[in-house]
Design a protein around this ligand. Structure first.
Ligand code: ADP
Ligand code: MG
Length: 275
């Protein structure tokens, strides 16, 4: 299922604090959107509202014409399944093997208590196992399938989390600082995986990023937030020094990822497209 994600006057207050303040956006299916801003700008709140982990104080979310903010019961569970979250800390079951961690992503697809119980007992179908192995293979993780998650590097663990997200067959991936605890090399493998999922599967990716340069490199559209408001929305090339100052106030955190070992051949250069 595809569609445009629309936010209409979305706000979320915590007492006197406006964590999100009257945000309106339209995000067509298939964009890779980097959300930047200082700590406390409202980036995490935005993602939490989108997958209905938190409720707005005002405003609405629509997707493909559907009123997401009105969904209840099974329809709400289906929406959450379609919005896979990726967290800074990976959220894997450390003592469980990699393949099982990925299969956990299928749990939400099961309807009814008995079907879920089956999955909890490790009774997945051959198709589900094949799907999980395929995802692992895609991100060079197949050799780790039977290892405990805790034996993997941070970059590998985050890619396992991406595989688990793919098992939900999501229409959106919401990644909240997915590379914040990784070294530059691991960070790159994770950003490359998110880019692959976006480009090859057409999944919309919204990614909160601490470093401006990562957002510039990977995201065709950048949304800059400050004090709960959107203060920039455009392609990286429109993000001038003056606009950066609006987003961050003072100096922006810019530590770059390590350069790639080889330049991308001209014919394979990424096709940045922004609506
Ligand atoms: N559960 C909460 N209770 C109270 N205040 C919160 C809560 N979640 C976020 N906030 C506040 O909302 C603002 C935005 O927070 P957050 O969305 O986490 O920002 P960011 O992810 O950009 O760092 C901050 O001022 C934060 O303290
Ligand atoms: Mg945050």
């Amino acid at each position: 299922m595809s569609g445009t994600l629309e936010l209409h006057g979305l706000s979320r207050r915590f007492g006197a604090v406006a964590a999100l303040d009257d945000v309106s956006l339209a995000i067509p299916q298939g964009q890779m959107v980097g959300i930047i801003g200082r700590s406390g700008a409202g980036k995490s709140t935005l993602l939490r509202l989108l997958n209905r982990m938190a409720e707005p104080s005002a405003g609405a979310i629509r997707f493909g014409g559907q009123e997401v903010t009105a969904l209840r019961g099974q329809a709400l569970r289906d929406w959450r399944t379609g919005c896979a979250m990726i967290f800074q800390q990976f959220n894997l079951v450390q003592r469980l093997d990699v393949l099982s961690n990925v299969l956990v992503g299928r749990l939400n697809h099961r309807r009814g208590v008995l079907a879920r119980m089956d999955a909890l007992l490790g009774r997945f179908t051959a198709e589900e196992r094949a799907m999980a192995l395929e995802a692992l293979e895609r991100f060079d993780l197949l050799p780790t399938a039977l290892q405990r998650a805790e034996t993997l590097s941070g970059g590998q663990q985050q890619r396992v989390a991406i595989c688990r997200a793919l098992m939900q067959q999501p229409r959106l991936i919401l990644a909240d600082e997915p590379i914040a605890s990784l070294d530059p090399q691991n960070a790159r493998t994770v950003m490359d995986a998110l880019r692959a999922v976006n480009r090859q599967d057409g999944i919309t990716v919204l990614v909160n990023l601490h470093h401006l340069d990562t957002a510039r490199e990977y995201c065709g559209r950048i949304i800059g937030m400050s004090a709960g408001r959107v203060v920039f929305d455009g392609p990286p090339e429109a993000l001038t020094e003056a606009r950066i100052a609006q987003v961050y106030g003072a100096a922006a955190p810019r530590a770059p990822l390590e350069p790639e070992p080889a330049a991308v051949p001209a014919g394979l250069a990424p096709n940045w497209s922004v609506a």
